[in-house]
Design a protein around this ligand. Structure first.
Ligand code: KIV
Length: 308
């Protein structure tokens, strides 16, 4: 009965698909958050968030790498699988890590397929015109792609460091061209990272597909933040565009601190955290122990006598 009820509840959850996200443009802002594991994906999914992004930022916030460059396919697939197990409703987009789509289209398609097999609904690739052939090849095998232009953490850092993008007329025009080109190629949405507000607005107005901003102002069709940033769980880098919604580091620190105190002072565990034997069995055990003790003491006195 309970199982049937659970099954029915499960089937009531409508899984979001790419077209649901696209049709939100001009109707409703799109909410996006990152997640990399089962438990946080489950919480995020229950909030009704539209998209869960398994970002390559997981390399930094989960594995402690300095940048997003070192994270690899194996690690990203583990994150993606765990997120897909914890998610029933949100659309899952997985970041293709650096090195997984740069070589050629065949390699890119092969890796994109691995994400879909691990339970993701779409993949995201960083780059514009320079990777159009790879994006096209992935879309051609039926895999939805999310674009990502502006600051591209996988490579921007190698050239110019983390800097605001699109703050000159020439750079802004280039970003607009890239966005239009990506839309023509068939991406279903584009992340705009650290792009000036004006340019993000221009791009968002020009495109039919949604833009998802991170540090790109209020005019994008949706917003994304890294979960660990908004919960204050990652202190290494704190960009200005991050809004912190709670201080989870402090909450966790206090909880573990109290746990240590409870152990040291004997306040934990209490009776309610322990398991008991049945009285009858305990009495039997006491009798057994008494018998054993008697046996032991008689045999040891015997042996003493012998040695004497
Ligand atoms: O990896 C990531 O979290 C991202 C977002 C910052 C868009 O790509």
């Amino acid at each position: 009965m309970t199982n049937d009820k659970n099954k029915n509840q499960k089937s009531l959850v409508k899984k979001l698909v790419v077209n649901d996200i696209v049709s939100m443009k001009n109707n409703e802002k799109i909410s996006v958050i990152t997640s990399y594991d089962y438990w946080s994906a489950k919480i995020c999914d229950n909030t009704g968030i539209d998209i869960i992004l398994v970002g390559d930022s997981g390399g930094m916030v989960m594995l402690g790498y300095d940048t997003t460059v070192p994270v690899n396919m194996k690690e990203m697939l583990i994150f993606s699988k765990a997120v897909s197990v914890g998610t029933k409703r949100s659309l899952i987009v997985s970041d293709m890590p650096f090195g997984s789509y740069q070589i050629d289209s065949k390699h890119a398609v092969k890796n994109a397929i691995r994400f879909i097999k691990s339970g993701s609904d779409a993949v995201k690739l960083e780059g514009g015109i320079e990777i159009i052939d790879r994006i096209k090849a992935i879309i051609e095998v039926g895999i939805p792609v999310m674009g990502h232009i502006g600051l591209k953490p996988q490579t921007t850092k190698l050239w110019e460091g983390y800097k605001v993008q699109g703050n000159t007329a020439a750079a802004a025009s280039q970003l607009l061209r890239e966005a239009v080109e990506l839309e023509k190629t068939g991406v279903f949405a584009i992340v705009l990272e650290m792009v000036t507000s004006e340019v993000a607005e221009l791009i968002s107005k020009r495109l039919k597909i949604p833009t998802i901003g991170i540090g790109s102002g209020p005019h994008c069709d949706g917003q994304v933040l890294v979960l660990h940033d908004m919960l204050n769980l990652y202190a290494n880098i704190k960009p200005r565009f991050v809004k912190t919604y709670t201080n989870l580091s402090e909450v966790i620190l206090n909880a573990i601190h109290n746990y240590i105190i409870d152990i040291k002072t004997g306040k934990f565990p209490e009776e309610k955290h322990s398991y008991k034997m049945e009285d009858k069995e305990y009495e039997r055990l006491v009798k057994n122990i008494t018998k054993i003790k008697k046996k032991l003491s008689s045999s040891s006195s015997l042996s003493v006598t012998k040695n004497d």
